[in-house]
Design a protein around this ligand. Structure first.
Ligand code: PEP
Ligand code: MG
Length: 545
């Protein structure tokens, strides 16, 4: 028996024979050089077109099956396949250095990756994975291989060094029972796709696949990040009984369908969903979300080469509001900056979360960009129950400035005879410690607070390492108190909202609504229904004011 650990990237327990996957090198040319540059250039162009067509087809399938967030990466791949700089490097390899197309593609990819890894920018560094995926596709096409999905002869646990999102997208959960990766996955999108497909996965194991283990039984626990190959009877029994327990939990959650989100002592709580694309509305409705508590509108700005137009944004917002059929939809204005960058945005790097030009401050520095988005939002407001929310707020003056711009936009629309809803709610994300400190004043400026615990945890000095995030709970308690005194409602949309371990304590603080990934609605509904708020309030005493 060999046993190792990694990071659990997709929860669930899987068992089956190991299938070792080693990606082909994309075909080897007999010689690295050519005497026919024109012919090689033609081969490259044909291979690139085939690779791009495969990427487009995969993007459409992923979009249909798993929604916009998972599909978005493929748009970036398609752009990269046609990237002028990459093409020019291949062309110079073929025409000037007389390389075979394969050699020129490999060399261009190597140069491009080296260039990207020289930057300090983590986002740019991550893009080197995209280059490797796209060039891998072109090499496969040059070798005359169609990018067939990975398909072992029997249902198996796939063990690979790494897995590109393009490969993950093609996995059939009936055949690929689980995934073990030696590496750091290639991007988070691989993990997103594995989770979307419900394939348990353990990544970053540091264990390179050993072909000799092909066919040996394996057990993996994608929640705990545990891998056992050739397990002994005792380990087998333990992990399989955990799998049964997990299945039972999932089945038990089904019983909560159609029930209200109401606590034992009768408080009705809203459980909304977080989305990043209008394509995810179907999932929200199927998991019975009460609405959308966070639509991350910045994704409309990503994977593009220029700002999205007012019309494009209006259509996206209108679609979400219409599809949600009158249920509440909170759209967050663009939270760009940090790791959400695009070349055309040219966002200057700042030091630390406070110095970073991000969220609302970035929008206020680019009034035309902001005005365009606000126009799209207010125009869409007549199609449902819209709330607009500002991200990364750090001062009262920012909120006042943003509201003044909203007022101007409404006046402008009025003059143009374009309808909008005057009573559109305006909320503030509390996701920065500075915002908590001034939350008494902020409560006077907003219709609701929504707590962004992801950023709060990030900026709490040593927060991420402390179980229970006591300092973050303390911040939430403080801001909840001010919200209550200011007569406004409180919501939570950070990941903490989806962790059932925190539901009771958040309810006791007075949180009115949770916004979670669609698949977590029933889990949180169950915890809400199990909670008696007055009973839990006792626990609040443990959190100092
Ligand atoms: C948060 O910070 O908790 C949040 C919801 O915002 P994001 O994860 O988009 O930064
Ligand atoms: Mg945030």
């Amino acid at each position: 028996m060999i046993q190792f650990h990694g990071r659990g990237a997709s929860a669930g327990i899987a068992s089956g024979p190991v299938y070792v996957y080693q990606r082909g090198g994309g075909g080897t040319a007999a010689s690295p050089d050519t005497r026919d540059p024109a012919g090689e250039w033609e081969r490259f162009l044909r291979a690139r077109a085939a690779a791009a067509a495969w990427l487009e087809k995969t993007r459409d399938t992923v979009l249909k099956q798993h929604g916009g967030e998972a599909a978005m990466l493929f748009d970036a791949y398609i752009l990269l396949a046609w990237d002028a700089d990459l093409t020019q490097r291949v062309e110079s390899g073929i025409r000037e250095k007389q390389m075979m197309a394969e050699t020129a593609v490999r060399e261009a990819a190597r140069q491009y990756v080296a260039l990207l890894s020289e930057t300090d920018d983590l986002y740019m560094q991550a893009r080197s994975a995209d280059v490797r995926e796209v060039c891998g596709r072109i090499l496969a096409a040059l070798a005359g291989r169609t990018s067939a999905p990975i398909r072992p002869p029997q249902p198996s646990i796939l063990w690979a060094e790494e897995l590109f999102p393009g490969e993950a997208a093609g996995l059939d959960p009936d055949i690929i029972l689980g995934v073990i990766l030696a590496g750091d996955s290639v991007t988070d999108h691989t993990s997103i796709l594995l989770r979307a497909k419900g394939i348990p996965a353990v990544i970053r194991t540091g264990r390179v696949p050993v072909p000799g283990y092909s066919g040996r039984e394996a057990l993996i626990d994608g929640g705990r990040g545990e891998v056992v190959i050739a397990p002994d009877g005792e380990t087998c029994r333990r992990m399989l009984s955990e799998r049964e327990a997990e299945k039972t939990v999932r089945l038990a959650l089904e019983q909560y369908r159609g029930l209200e989100n109401v606590t034992k002592d009768g408080k009705r709580i809203s459980v909304y969903c977080n989305i990043s694309s209008p394509d995810e509305v179907g999932e929200v409705l199927s998991y019975e979300g009460d609405g959308i508590g966070l639509f991350r509108s910045e994704f409309l700005y990503l994977g593009r080469q220029d700002y999205p137009s007012e019309e494009l944004q209006f259509e996206a917002f209108r679609r979400v509001l219409t599809d949600m059929r009158g249920k509440r939809v909170v759209i967050r204005t663009a939270d760009l900056g940090g790791d959400k960058q695009e070349e055309y945005l040219s966002i200057p790097a700042g030091k630390g979360p406070a110095g970073e030009l991000r969220g609302l401050r970035l929008c206020l520095e680019r009034p035309e960009m902001f005005r365009t988005q606000l126009r799209a939002l207010f125009r869409a407001s007549v199609y449902g129950e819209l709330g607009i929310m500002f991200p990364m707020v750090t001062s009262v003056s920012e909120v006042r400035e943003a509201k003044a711009l909203c007022a101007e936009v409404k006046k402008e629309l009025g003059r143009e005879g374009k309808p909008f809803r005057e009573d559109t709610a305006v909320g503030i994300m509390i996701e920065h410690p500075e915002a908590v400190l001034i939350s008494d004043q902020l409560a006077g400026e907003a219709d609701f607070f929504s707590f962004g615990t992801n950023d709060l945890i990030r900026s709490a000095e040593d927060g991420s390492g402390i179980p229970g995030h006591p300092e973050v709970l303390r911040l939430l308690k403080l801001a909840c108190g001010y919200a209550r005194r200011g007569g406004i409602s409180t919501e939570i949309c950070g990941e903490l909202a989806a962790d059932p371990a925190y539901t009771a304590v958040l309810l006791a603080m007075g949180i009115d609504a949770f916004s979670v990934p669609p698949r977590d609605v029933l889990r949180i509904r169950r915890r809400i229904r199990e909670t008696d708020i007055s009973e839990v309030r006792e626990r609040m005493r443990q959190i100092p004011d």
